[in-house]
Design a binder for this molecule. Sequence first.
Ligand SMILES: *Cc1c(COP(=O)(O)O)cnc(C)c1O
Length: 813
Amino acid sequence: MSIPIKNIIPALHSGFEGMHPGVAIDNVSIDSRSLQNNSGTLFFALSGQNRDGHIYIKDLIDKGVLNFVVSHIPVDVRGRANFYIVGNTLKALQDFAIYCRNLYDFPVIAITGSSGKTIVKEWLNYLLGPEYNIIRSPKSYNSQVGVALSVIGINEKHNLGIFEAGISTVGEMEKLQPIIRPDIGILTNIGPAHDEGFADRQEKIREKLKLFMGVKALILQKNADVEKELAPGIKTFTWSFVESADVHVTQQQEGGNTILSIAYNNEAFDVAVPFTDAPSVENAINSLMVLLHFGYSHDTIQERMAGLYPVELRLQVKNGINGCTIIDDSYSSDYQSLKIALDFLEQHKTHTKKTIILSDVFQSGFATEELYAKVAKLLAGHNISQVIGIGDTISKQLADFPNFYPYPTTQEFLSHYKASSFDNETILIKGARSFRFDEIVVFLEEKTHETVLEINLNAITHNLNFYKSRLKSETKVMVMVKAFGYGSGSYEIAKALSHQKVDYLGVAFADEGIALRNAGIGTPIIVMNPESSAFSAMAAYNLEPEIYSARELRAFIAVAQQKNLSNYPIHIKLDTGMHRLGFQENQLEELINLLKNNNLVSVKSIFSHLSSSDVPDYRDFTLDQIGKFESWSTRLMEALEITPLRHILNTSGIYNFPQAQYDMVRLGIGLYGVGNDETERKSLETVGTLKTVILQIKDIEPGESIGYSRRFIAPGKMRIATLPIGYADGMRRGWGNEKGYVTINGKKATITGTISMDMMMVDVTDINCKEGDRAVIFGASPTVVEMAEVLGTIPYEILTSISQRVKRVFYKE
Ligand SMILES: *Cc1c(COP(=O)(O)O)cnc(C)c1O
């Protein structure tokens, strides 16, 4: 893409203020953090509920970006760059995508539906790849922003587009349709996803069908509810297992395969696909329909469909050998996804040294030399310390790149590499599927037992935004990451949140704060239970103490004096009824005397903690705490003539008492996906999933016992699976002996017998499973809330008890 600046103004229907240089733009960005931002970037300052792109413009100008699409020009940057002024920057991004789309005229396939969009898109890319230069949505880029960014990647070498579109409410699809302007449509299915955004199922169907305006063919499973809503003139190409349709399919399982018997155009043939589960089979048939529509031969269809593979789209962050961090993106290697992966690397790196292991790059739509010149520029821009290239093309094309180590094949790399050559660095592993980089991941991953706590970083952001949406936009947010981020990993979470406008982080002890600083976290940090022995270290690491007593304040002031600190930020804690830490009413006078005319410390905030914000019966008590907080904090502010931040709400406080949000709130458990009532929970996403694998399966005869102390006797013939997780991992023993269950292949497996230190046994008599299959200990089912209820405790305790020997794996969708 190279678009002269003079073409941008009409494309965006924008106003203009700037210097009119004669340059062109060659990339688009909405992410101020990206190291890919440069003088060729057109930056769209999107304004969401929680983030406003306009505030990053000054920084971006300092980094050399010259062109900005804005809704207003911030005063401090006027005259320093080119500004395209529009009413709505998201709409401008979409208009720009429409402009890019209209520059090219080749067939485009659009996919929507309740599930399967990304898989069908990836499979079509694989199935049609040998014949076409395909541009497709990277990852699951199917939102109002994602679709626009996907389409903007089009260039003159492409000759087929495959884009997915996802919507959650009415009015969205008509914005996506002109961006994609498809020739062929695929409706994967209509399920319950996002029902809440629509009046009823028919309204959702009507909205989705807006994508297919003007298509020459719409592929779908025969469905009367859908077909009756179709605009006249839309030609469908349908399939069905039962009714008469253009393509009739019957299926039969054979080992791990499903044999699909296809009857089409008076011809019949069989196609084997390597899956047996219903969703995969449905996705496979939707993909196969495109091959039929394109007139592929039966032989080619059979051969390619047999090669379908599970799609992994998540970028996973894992602990590697020798203190390394691994970012696993071992399933794709195209130019668009390389750009995304490098941004991800930048945001999640935990070391300054960055290595990338990269295979040949495919399907960019660029000529080979041009492509690798672009790849080299990207890698240089990201300051990659070391590049290991695997494949003939990359080996040749990047030969002159500094610190480049070429290998012809993955096997060649694996037989030559030395584990000791990787040390305390972040390694991005990115390769096309055919290169089998998953084998490299296995070698570089830290070897631990198979129990992992998977943390979904998207869910964290979602949950943060849910609570923010209930607050005034100016209210600041402190995120509590004490106790190792409620068991989920404090610095990974702090890092993931670092661009989300979190104003403060809260930890319990100074050493937790020091660990965050050592991991490069710059956000202000409050230490909630500072011990006087840690005051010096706190000052050295820029950690701000909670001050809860006169004794503590005197000790801190002494350290401040000794270290020549001035106006060091402190946070005054008031005890309005929790009776844990904090000043009581009769101690305020002393506090005022200590602080009056003292410029060693400066009161950054005054706060208190609610004891029962989650208990409806104690509403009056909570209101009384809030009342005391109001009056005591006012007294301090007047006596000291200060206007610090005030805050009193924790998660359930935010939910139940938003009127008391003051200047800041302190979000804890809700961030980690646990709400205290049913409706609150529904709005949150599950963050942590604790998983393990089946070590062994055995058949048990009636009357035989299972586990310690013979607490379980088999009532009949049973199949038992042993899982490598026990109370030393944080599994409470009270959850054993048939009280609790795990989920294996979507089914509940009751825990039989007593949970031991490192293992437990579950009943899989009625579950189709084998050794090595995954078991979910908690996550979507059972939930931690459910476990806590049975165990007579609270979700906080379950989450924070997961032992440190359980590996944490962080991923983004
Ligand atoms: C832990 C903690 C919070 C967060 O509480 P949640 O119920 O997890 O939201 C807020 N404030 C203080 C002082 C805390 O110790």
